[in-house]
Ligand binder design. Structure first.
Ligand code: ZN
Length: 613
């Protein structure tokens, strides 16, 4: 008994509890490190030189790792040769890296005590990041006073110390976290130090200024060979099951939360309920960095799904355990047998039922940058001015470039965007959004329709950074009526980027050959091209057929119509200067009532359509 307990303790932190009744207690383990890895590694970069963006950003992106950048606020305010300004620092933050303080003025000696909080305030003003500014790296490695530092920061960093590799419980003093200087006055042995950390099950941090190549500005102390660092990252990636690479502040939060958290689990029927809480309370952080958790898969479930506080979380099954990440004090975690339901098929080549009362598949898409005109309070609600000026619109409520197009970003909880959509086919629509968030936690936005009850929540899992987009299904459906609808996109939690939202109905009702003038709809099976081709009016997203992007066509948009046996009935095109309804009118002219397949736009877009007379 003693032996098995210590084995379990070595693998993680174990808690169990007895519960009366039919439910039974489960053992829960919190991973010593994220992903139940063996060791943690943090890379920290001081002073904010241009090489942070030129060298570190692409190198870390290649491996999918995040680092900590310690910024001198007066330098970011200035226009100093070789040093980043705030826009460069924002670029680092947008990629999911931690932005931390390295004082306001970088004095030669010890930083003054008043810069402890003022530098943090300036970083929080200029940089949006999920946990705020929680790390301070002292200029010249001198702490300005442990007590004051620990009233403002989760972690304060010094330089090399006697024991450079920390234990799994972190440093003895959180205001004096050691880091190994890299480069000509330090080490280039990234791999060896990581190996030692793995052997000890501990945490190693590196401190880098500039590089032997690149633009280093004031960060010219102890230049580091970028190739040696990249070899270190490659080594970490090759040992991904053992080495957790994460920013210093996040590793610090993880350790503090893990040490303070209690986890209990109870199995009942087809679900396990896990409670994960801590009572750390200070003004620095909520300590809501996700912890890695596992419970025994006692019932040998083959598929599971999970939620925390009602929001979907990612689960996996491996080696007799169910694994997931969860946020302490983030609500009950429920793991259910059976997995999530199969995603709704949006395939439109399947004909709808021959029953004439049933609808057809319909689909349209809204581009998020095309919110309604009218400004703040009408087309959108913007609570900050941290917008990247793309030039796409003059009333920029937070538009970001997404590939060669645009989306919304710099979003804060409480903000919203309104979209006027002209719906051809009424019905219940499910949604899929292409979205990104560098938050470590699942982040929610939701949709509702003006004057219609109900909403659809979209829980976006972490995509690693704000430039990596993934398609996420919403929960539930929205009722859309034929004609104009105002769809509201509500930002429920900070920092989600959204490129577009696609609406799909498997059972929509479309009229045949209805003139758009009389009904306000185009009478097609499905909807929407975006209005980029019509820059004079972004208040309403023109309704097209499916995903036709009219701008993508130099002159004509073509369409083919097949009967349900696949026989080509007609083939046509309309000038792209005409509306989508002109295409529909041409396509449906002369057809008798019934269901047909239309192939149009990009030639791979196919929809079943119903013609009614
Ligand atoms: Zn410095």
């Amino acid at each position: 008994m003693k032996k098995s307990t210590s084995l379990a303790m070595a693998m993680g932190w174990v808690f169990s509890i007895s519960v009366a009744g039919s439910a039974y207690a489960q053992t829960v383990e919190i991973g010593t490190w994220a992903g139940f890895r063996t060791a943690a590694v943090s890379f920290t970069f001081d002073d904010g030189p241009q090489s942070d963006v030129d060298i570190v950003l692409p190198m870390f992106k290649k491996y999918g790792y995040k680092a900590t950048f310690n910024i001198v606020t007066n330098w970011a305010n200035g226009n100093i040769n070789g040093m980043l300004t705030w826009s460069g620092v924002q670029e680092l933050a947008a990629a999911g890296h931690e932005i931390a303080s390295h004082s306001d003025s970088h004095p030669d000696g010890t930083m003054s005590a008043n810069e402890i909080s003022s530098s943090k305030g300036k970083i929080n003003q200029n940089i949006q990041q999920p946990y705020g500014c929680v790390t301070l790296a002292y200029p010249n490695c001198n702490t300005p006073g442990d007590a004051q530092v620990l009233q403002n920061y989760v972690v304060g960093r010094i330089c090399n110390s006697g024991s450079s590799i920390m234990s799994k419980n972190g440093p003895s003093n959180w205001a004096a976290v050691p880091a190994l200087m890299t480069g000509s006055n330090g080490t280039s042995d990234f791999k060896g130090n990581m190996q030692t950390a793995v052997q000890q099950g501990g945490w190693v941090a590196f401190l880098t200024h500039g590089f032997t190549t690149g633009t280093n500005g004031y960060a010219n102390y102890s230049p580091t060979d970028a190739n040696a660092m990249e070899e270190g990252l490659q080594y970490a990636k090759d040992n991904d099951s053992k080495i957790w690479v994460a920013p210093m502040g996040y590793v610090a939060m993880y350790i503090k939360e893990r040490k303070a958290s209690t986890a209990t689990a109870s199995t009942s029927g087809n679900s396990i309920t896990v409670k994960l809480t801590h009572n750390i309370a200070d003004n620095i952080s909520k300590y809501n960095y996700p912890l890695s958790i596992r419970v025994k898969n006692d019932n040998n479930w083959t598929t599971v799904s999970g939620t925390q506080g009602g929001k979907a979380i990612t689960t996996s099954i491996k080696d007799g355990y169910i694994y997931f990440d969860a946020v302490p004090n983030g609500g009950d975690i429920v793991i259910s047998s059976g997995g999530s339901s199969t995603p709704t098929s949006s395939s439109a080549t399947e004909p709808s039922s021959s029953n004439s009362n049933t609808g057809v598949s319909a689909e349209f898409k809204i581009e998020m940058e095309d919110y309604m005109q009218g400004g703040d309070g009408v087309g959108y609600r913007d609570t900050d001015n941290k917008n990247d000026k793309t030039g796409y619109r003059t009333d920029d409520a937070g538009i970001v470039a997404v590939g060669t197009g645009y989306g919304i970003g710099y979003t804060m909880a409480g903000e919203w965007f309104n979209y006027s959509v002209d719906v051809a086919c009424e019905g219940q629509y499910s949604v899929v959004a292409r979205a990104a968030t560098g938050n470590a936690n699942t982040t929610r936005f939701s949709l509702s329709v003006d004057n219609v009850a109900g909403s659809v929540a979209v829980d976006v899992p972490s995509t690693g950074d704000w430039n990596t987009y993934t398609d996420v299904e919403g929960t539930g459906t929205l009722k859309l009526s034929r004609g104009k609808n105002v769809v509201k996109v509500n930002i429920d939690e900070n920092y989600i980027n959204v490129d577009w939202i696609k609406f799909t109905s498997d059972n929509a009702l479309c009229p045949g050959n209805v003139s758009p003038q009389s009904s306000g709809s185009n009478g097609n099976s499905s909807a929407s091209s975006n209005s980029k081709g019509n820059a004079s009016d972004k208040t309403s997203q023109a309704i097209g057929l499916g995903d036709i992007h009219w701008n993508a066509y130099s002159d004509n948009v073509y369409c083919q119509v097949f009967d349900m046996k696949g026989q080509l009935l007609k083939s046509m095109s309309v000038p792209k200067t005409q509306s989508a309804s002109a295409l529909w009118n041409a396509a449906s002219a002369g057809l008798s009532e019934g269901v047909y397949i239309m192939r149009y736009g990009n030639r791979d877009v196919m929809r079943s359509v119903r013609v009614r007379k």
